[in-house]
Design a protein around this ligand. Structure first.
Ligand code: 5GP
Ligand code: ZN
Length: 118
C-alpha cells in the first residue's frame, strides 16, 4: 500500500484540512511555502495519466473549497502536480500540491540549482 493510501486508511496520521467521500486534503510534511497542502483522491490513482475525467471533474469543487477554507481563494495560490519520473513525482498516488500564503516565485518548488539546467 502506498504512503497516501496509508494516510487515507488512518495507518499514518496527517494534519487534515478537509475531507469528502472521495477526496482528502492535508498539510505537506515538508512545507515549501507558508501554506503547502496536498489534495488527493482517496482511491489509489497513480498519476495524472490515470485520472478519469469524472474524478478530475469531481475534484474541482473540492479544491475550490480548500482554497476558500484556507483564505487564499482571492489572494491566489499555486496548484501543481508532479507527474512521473521526469516530473519529479515521489509518491505514486496522484496529488495536487496547493501552495500559497505568500507571493510565490518559481523557485518555491524547484531545487536551487534547477534554473542552471534550463
Ligand atoms: P511529489 O514529489 O510526489 O509531488 O510530492 C510528494 C509530497 O508528499 C512531498 O512534498 C512530501 O513532503 C510529501 N509527503 C511524503 N510523505 C508524506 C507523509 O507521510 N505525510 C505528509 N503529510 N506528506 C508527505
Ligand atoms: Zn495510494
Amino acid at each position: 500500500m502506498c504512503v497516501f493510501c496509508k494516510i487515507v486508511e488512518g495507518e499514518i496520521p496527517c494534519n487534515k484540512i478537509l475531507e469528502s467521500d472521495e477526496f482528502l486534503c492535508f498539510h505537506d510534511a515538508n512545507p515549501r511555502a507558508p501554506i503547502h497542502l496536498l489534495i488527493i483522491p482517496k482511491k489509489h490513482v497513480e498519476n495524472f495519466q490515470e485520472m478519469s475525467p469524472e474524478l478530475m471533474s469531481a475534484m474541482t469543487p473540492f479544491i475550490q473549497e480548500v482554497a476558500k477554507k484556507m483564505g487564499v481563494d482571492l489572494s491566489g495560490y499555486r496548484l501543481l502536480t508532479n507527474n512521473g519520473e521526469d516530473g519529479g513525482q515521489e509518491v505514486p498516488h496522484f496529488h495536487f500540491h496547493l501552495l500559497g500564503g505568500t507571493k510565490l516565485s518559481w523557485s518555491h518548488f524547484t531545487p536551487d540549482d534547477t534554473h542552471k539546467a534550463l
